[in-house]
Write a protein that binds this ligand. Sequence first.
Ligand SMILES: Cc1ncc(COP(=O)(O)O)c(C=O)c1O
Length: 346
Amino acid sequence: MLFGHEKVSFLHLPTPLERLDNVSADLGINVYCKRDDLTGLGVGGNKLRKLEYFLKDAQDQGATMLITEGGAQTNHGRLTAAVAAKYGLKCAIVTADEYPGEISANLLLDGMMGCPVYFVKDMESGRQAVIDKYTAEGENVYYVPMGGSNELGILGYAECAMEMDKQAREMGIADATIFTTVGSLGTYLGLIAGLKVCGSSMKLRGINVLPYAGKGSDKDNLLAYMHDYFDRICDFYGDEFVYKKEDFDSISFDISTDYIHGAYNNAVEEVRDVMYYLARKEAIIIDPCYTGKTFEAVVSEAGRGRIKAGENVIFMHTGGLPGIYTKHHRVELERELMPYMHTDEF
Ligand SMILES: Cc1ncc(COP(=O)(O)O)c(C=O)c1O
């Protein structure tokens, strides 16, 4: 029970918090990794923590089907399909992206788990048409918003912050800075809330991976969305919540927009470089869309002395592995890794 809400527990928690010895020695800081890529169902990832709460809400409402939306390669959609499969619900994903011409990465897993993906021309009307279709067929549809980021969607990461704070205390990791990816904001706001609940001394640094629309700078636009979301959360939970609306201005939202590299889910050489680095130092695989950009921030900020020698950093591994099999990333990876293929030497 958190802020008055229950969940269905289907994860193996706590996820490990492990020290990356090789990377730590190399960067001269203490780097730990919170392995939320190891959350279990459907290849794992951060959205499962949110889905524990959505599933409870859906079951309470007698839902027979989950419908969600996102980019064609939505990790959140894949994990919604995973939870639906496990709990005997139907599922559908709606995307306004074009069909990419191949069934790879998350799309492949969606299909394997029996979840149809609707490529629609317009999200608003397309989503409604899909919901109407299944409702007319007799399904009781529960709609999960993009990225699972609504009021309920912060609960999973509020809980994760408390879990991590306990682990850090037990492991003697003092005053760590958590580096986490900022996409649809739910993970970040959940962590902020959870750290406050347990009075944690840990700091939170968000790495934004997609530009938010608006008239201001990337940072200003993002903060405008954050403010709106924060207000909705305060209204929704009322006195059950740890913050009040008026607290927004006094919270230090330490979020960087320096690692967006211009667009969401683009192929970026610097990101692939840190993906190789982490794979070769620790055998941990990160993805090019989300965690790669966040780990780039860890490496780059350690290199520039923004993270001081000996400081503690927790890199949140939020999953996203299937992303490496997306065509536009795969072609770059294959081109760069071709020298590792020895075809005619012996
Ligand atoms: C692998 C991965 N990491 C991080 C995020 C960002 O989480 P949020 O959308 O809650 O900000 C996402 C969102 O889709 C994701 O798929």
